[in-house]
Design a protein around this ligand. Structure first.
Ligand SMILES: *[C@@H]1O[C@H](CO)[C@@H](O)[C@H](O)[C@H]1NC(C)=O
Length: 204
């Protein structure tokens, strides 16, 4: 192959890489997307009131997340954004999980929070966030949040670059699905009773 052809190929392939790198949700060709057979809409369609239920209520007994994704808020369809409010009572954890379709930008509104993610080389990055801090969990990487404080709750608001970032909970995916016990035992280099014990803790 001559030099010009190689160069052209390189340019084309790097353009393709850039295209992949900037890819978010598919672009829409209209201002917004209405659900099928939708009646005429007004500003209410673009308003999500589901978080009102969180205003001036007591802290829940366990970790709680309230999502505003395409599912709960159909106006997000095609807009490549979504949000979630995360409430951590003292000592609670948001178990290890990933969002396959988006990075997560977490803003700690109240309290303090231990956060961490593991990159694809298995390196762990952890941080203790203070009220007012913003942390980014890169797209698709395994991460967690933990409110170590035994007395005070923590409150965070997360933004996502997808209308449907998806959540893959590792405990659930691995030990609360129907993957065969012996496959899991071999995968984790342990025995079936150990796997069954892990599974038992997640059921019910
Ligand atoms: C495990 O799966 C069951 C059935 O899908 C579900 O009801 C339960 O909430 C799951 N457990 C956890 C800890 O999410």
């Amino acid at each position: 192959m001559d030099f010009a052809k190689k160069t052209l190929l390189l340019i084309i392939s790097s353009l393709f890489m850039i295209q992949i790198a900037i890819a978010g949700d598919p672009d829409i060709l209209t201002d917004f997307v209405l659900p099928p057979n939708s009646p005429p809409i007004d500003a209410n369609f673009f308003t999500f009131t589901g978080m009102r239920a969180l205003v001036s209520v007591p802290v829940p007994p366990t970790f709680k997340v309230v999502k505003a994704t395409m599912e709960q808020f159909p106006a997000l369809n095609g807009q490549s954004v979504s949000s979630a409010v995360l409430i951590f009572p003292p000592g609670s954890v948001n178990p290890v999980h990933t969002h396959p379709r988006s990075a997560e930008l977490l803003f700690l509104v109240q309290g303090s929070l231990e956060v961490g993610f593991v990159d694809s080389t298995n390196k762990l990055f952890t941080q203790t966030l203070q009220q007012g801090d913003i942390f980014v969990f890169p797209k698709g990487l395994v991460h967690f949040q933990y409110n170590v404080d035994a007395k005070n709750p923590a409150l965070a608001i997360s933004g996502f670059g997808s209308a449907n970032a998806g959540t893959v909970s590792l405990p659930n995916t691995l030990f609360n699905s129907t993957i065969d016990d012996s496959v899991l035992a071999m995968s984790f280099k342990t025995d079936v009773p150990t796997i069954q014990k892990l599974k038992a803790g997640l059921q019910g």
